[in-house]
Design a protein around this ligand. Structure first.
Ligand SMILES: Cc1cc2nc3c(=O)[nH]c(=O)nc-3n(C[C@H](O)[C@H](O)[C@H](O)COP(=O)(O)OP(=O)(O)OC[C@H]3O[C@@H](n4cnc5c(N)ncnc54)[C@H](O)[C@@H]3O)c2cc1C
Length: 393
């Protein structure tokens, strides 16, 4: 069967964001949705992510959105999508190495508590009860939210796409979008390598590639200045369950983190090595990273010295200048929407962001507690930056 020649809404990008938007549009009764993915579903950042989900942010907008996502969406997602996405509330444990950091943790905890996130300050001894092989002597305190967690990115994308298809969404993989037809400020269609799809509504969910899509609609690439930053992961062979269940991160140690994979029990190790943007074709893993990440990982968990690394890979943090995504309507082209630039936290936001964008398109507003002003895609051209969202998964 050939590709459809028209659709009510076309979504560009088949990661956790695009598939979530597709599902939520179908759920709202939109019968004619097409999702276009240039490669295979999840092939962008989503399948390369560390699977972490948290509400421990340092500003009101992200805390509120993530509190909602965890409480109202992630907890019920497997049931809703009738497919187990392996969401587990195994917590996030941030670790402080100085008194100043403890003070900063206390401020963050106060703000998180204000919005119902039950983070608390714990002692190194308590931290060691949660993560038994932790090098607890190296830390002064921890910020612990037992309600944070993780889910399986592969299952999440599959579950959104499967449900969306069941409700009539057409998903075309290996179908790069090559142009957007705009006449007098209105969208008329989307060009692909396989033909044109007539449509009046487009959602740019292309994350690191979103500036290219914006350019296709006649905007400057810098309108939403998203840049790809390489981020890598080294993963070990499986270890006994229950050893490093929470994402465990001392931010002062170069944003390094370890977390036991919820699927196979291997340990995912990351660190903030790359500080400059790279090119969109550079997902090459490096030996420098391996050396750096293992140095930090074995300081956090000394016993990892005796565990084999079995895999390594790289992907993009698609970063805006303030590390917060651009979510909303683009005013220069009628019915052009964007949800992109998620840095290290787009996977965890996908359910609520998909719901919010779908409601914005269909109803003009959303019941999701998403602060549209905070994420406004027009903030960069106004020179407004938000306080940088904390980066780590
Ligand atoms: C190492 C690493 C660890 C991470 N850890 C976490 C974590 O623990 N928790 C978390 O929440 N986030 C994490 N992230 C970030 C997370 O992966 C992303 O924010 C999230 O996956 C973004 O999803 P997305 O759907 O918006 O983008 P993507 O998954 O990048 O999807 C965009 C899609 O658009 C497609 N596309 C691009 N151009 C075109 C075109 N012309 N036509 C058609 N399709 C196109 C791409 O092929 C791609 O599949 C991590 C990222 C990395 C790299």
């Amino acid at each position: 069967m050939g590709m459809k020649s028209k659709a009510e809404v076309v979504i560009i990008g088949g990661g956790s964001t695009g598939t979530s938007i597709a599902y939520h549009l179908a759920k709202l009764g939109v019968e004619d949705v097409v999702l276009l993915e240039k490669n295979y579903l999840g092939s962008g950042s989503t399948f390369r992510c560390a699977s972490g989900i948290r509400a421990q942010f340092t500003d009101e907008a992200n805390i509120k959105l993530q509190r909602y996502n965890i409480e109202k969406r992630w907890k019920h997602l497997s049931e809703e999508l009738e497919y187990d996405v392996h969401f587990k509330q195994t917590g996030y444990l941030f670790l402080a190495t100085t008194e100043e950091e403890i003070e900063a943790f206390k401020q963050n905890i106060k703000l998180q508590n204000k919005f119902g996130v039950p983070t608390r300050l714990i002692t190194p001894e308590e931290a060691k009860e949660i993560v038994p092989p932790l090098n607890a002597e190296a830390f002064l305190a921890g910020a612990w939210n037992p309600e944070d967690g993780k889910a399986c990115p592969f299952r999440v994308v599959h579950a959104f796409a499967r449900k969306a298809r069941e409700m009539g969404v057409e998903i075309y993989e290996h179908t790069p979008v090559t142009g957007i037809i705009v006449e007098n400020g209105e969208i008329k269609g989307v060009k692909t390598e396989k033909g044109v799809i007539k449509t009046g509504i487009v959602v740019n969910a292309a994350n690191a590639w979103a500036p290219i899509i914006n350019e296709m609609a006649g905007l400057s690439r810098d309108f939403v200045p998203i840049k790809p930053y390489k981020h890598q992961i080294a993963k070990t062979e499986p270890i006994a369950p229950g050893q490093i269940e929470p994402l465990t991160c001392p931010p002062a140690w170069n944003d390094s983190y370890v977390i036991q994979d919820g699927e196979d029990g291997g340990v995912i190790c990351g660190t903030g090595l790359e500080k400059e943007p790279t090119s969109l074709d550079d997902v090459q893993p490096t030996y420098d990273f391996l050396r750096e990440v293992l140095k930090w990982a074995t300081r956090i968990i000394p016993a990892l010295k005796y565990v084999h690394v079995v895999r390594q890979w790289a992907g993009f943090y698609a970063k805006t200048p303030d590390s917060n995504p651009a979510i909303g309507r683009i005013q220069y082209v009628d019915e052009l929407y964007i949800a992109a630039g998620f840095s290290g936290h787009g996977f965890m936001m996908a359910p609520g962001v998909g719901e919010a964008i779908a409601e914005l398109i269909i109803k003009g507003k959303s019941k999701v507690p998403l602060d549209w002003e905070w994420y406004d895609p027009h903030r960069f051209e106004r020179g407004e930056l938000r306080s940088a969202a904390f980066q780590i998964g």
